[in-house]
Design a protein around this ligand. Structure first.
Ligand SMILES: [Fe+2]
Ligand SMILES: [Fe+2]
Length: 485
């Protein structure tokens, strides 16, 4: 099939628009990998609901106006496919030392190792989140939410396929080994953990899930946006299509948190409770108090910032210079796209103070992507605050300072409060319980995690959504739960 044609072969074992039928070697490699993937999915994927019928969206095309269809599917039968966004005619490399040269259709030999590393790091996050979320089906606050969880999970599975396809097609034996290893590592495992820190943390409850999809899937979005700029065209096209699916994951997170806030505010208003800091009174109503939501924001935001790596990074400079990984929306930026003479302001620790320092822009690309992330993440927090405002409650949620609770980069060695004031070890210890969820906060959240499985009903700590998935009515049965579950 020539490039640029968006038609998808949907009938075979692996739906695709990359001409797998004509590519016997790659098709065989993927078909060989497939049983291991299904084995991973059934043992490490959503626990207890593999036989249930889930109203899922499946990608069947790459036309932005109609790329998906909705239907009941048993998750192990989901059609995980390989879909690349349409080729852009005459596309050239948009940045770095090769700027202006035709985009690569094959891997440039000199960048092979670097590119493989980028694919593996991205690929590793996809199954990791499925593993982290595998126990959540049992405590879903509604069938609607359960369906959204499973939708996110199957799509992360597809994103793994997307990276594995590139590894299998362009990296030969090494690629096959990497594809096997992607199924071998396990989130949180002591000996074979996933590659990045936040992907080894537990996602023990639904509030954590919504925060994870809001913040950590958004890191995924930023990374995919940067890789979508890649001079390696198959990677660019893969990431562009992945972003279409990724938007839903952040929607699940943003609306999930918004619905929790809405429910909390409604319950407070009905009970005549005006003080948002009266945690005991809010909890007596069976809802999640706003200060605890703030602590969860502090936790998930800071964990996610660590995923951007060191503020100053030679790897990031090399990936940019070589044309493999661009900046967020590189194609919309108006500078020289080479950054040899520019500087970029980076927050650094100097003599016990946090100061902004101009450094060579090429070395600060992680910082820049992280800054773009912070702006993107702040917009949803603004919408959450609108919900609180509308309810007439005086409380504002906010993102903590970037120096708060960090394990990687400039601020890893120090302690800071959520406003960015430096704290001594003792000062940190004394206040940690007011910054981050404490044991009793987590126990309270856990106590709320009682499953609700009647159609159209919702757990008492979360409001129903404004509209159904695929415009389905409020009492729609999003998951037909199999007997054994
Ligand atoms: Fe993903
Ligand atoms: Fe995602």
């Amino acid at each position: 099939m020539p490039d640029g044609i968006t038609q998808v072969d949907y009938d075979g074992l692996i739906p695709n628009n990359v001409g797998l039928n004509e590519d016997a070697r790659v098709r065989k490699a993927l078909e060989t990998w497939h049983p291991g993937y299904i084995d991973w999915w059934t043992t490490m994927g959503p626990e207890g609901f593999q036989d249930s019928l889930v109203y899922l969206r499946t990608a069947i095309g790459v036309d932005p106006k109609g790329w998906a269809k909705f239907d009941y599917v048993r998750m192990p039968d989901y059609k995980w496919g390989i879909l690349l966004a349409p080729a852009v005619e005459g596309r050239s490399i948009g940045f770095g030392a090769h700027k202006g040269e035709p985009a690569w259709q094959e891997v440039p030999g000199e960048y092979r190792a670097m590119l493989r590393r980028l694919l593996v790091i991205q690929g590793d996050t996809e199954p990791a989140s499925v593993e982290q979320q595998r126990h959540l089906g049992a405590t879903a606050p509604s069938l609607y939410d359960m369906r959204n969880l499973f939708q996110v999970n199957v799509e992360e599975g597809r994103h793994l396929w997307a990276m594995v396809y590139l590894l299998q097609k362009y990296f030969g034996r090494e690629g096959r080994e990497e594809a096997e290893d992607l199924l071998r590592r396990r989130s949180g495992h002591v000996d074979t953990p996933r590659m990045l820190g936040a992907f080894n943390e537990a996602t023990p409850d639904w509030l954590s899930f919504f925060m994870f999809t809001y913040f950590t899937d958004r890191d995924g979005k930023m990374q995919l946006e940067a890789l979508a700029q890649s001079g390696f065209d198959p990677l660019s096209r893969t990431c562009r299509f992945m972003l279409t699916e990724e938007a839903h994951h952040m929607f699940v997170g943003e609306t999930g948190v918004a619905r929790i806030i809405e429910r909390t505010c409604t319950a407070m208003r009905e009970a005549g409770l005006h003080d948002p800091h009266d945690i005991a009174a809010a909890r007596a109503l069976g809802v999640i108090d706003l200060p605890t939501l703030q602590k969860k924001i502090n936790l998930h935001f800071s964990l996610t910032l660590d995923l951007f790596g060191n503020e100053i990074s030679t790897n990031a400079a090399n990936a940019f210079n070589s044309g493999l990984k661009g900046r967020y929306r590189e194609d919309k930026l108006t500078d020289d796209h080479q950054l040899l003479a520019q500087t970029y302001p980076v927050l650094r620790l100097r003599d016990g103070a946090i100061v902004s320092e101009d450094v060579p822009a090429l070395s600060a690309l992680n910082m820049r992507l992280r800054d773009d992330f912070v702006v993107d993440a702040a917009s949803g927090v603004g919408r959450w605050n609108k919900v609180i405002e509308k309810a007439g409650i005086s409380f504002r949620l906010a993102l903590p300072h970037v120096a708060f609770n960090r394990r990687i980069g400039e601020f890893a060695p120090i302690h800071a409060d959520t406003a960015g004031n430096l704290l001594s070890q003792a000062g940190w210890q004394a206040r940690i319980g007011s910054f981050l969820p404490a044991t009793e906060d987590n126990l309270y959240i856990t106590s709320l995690m009682q499953p609700v499985r009647a159609t159209g009903e919702y757990a008492p700590w979360i409001a129903p959504p404004k509209v159904g998935i695929d415009n389905r009515p409020g009492d729609f049965e999003y998951v037909k739960i199999a007997e054994a579950a």
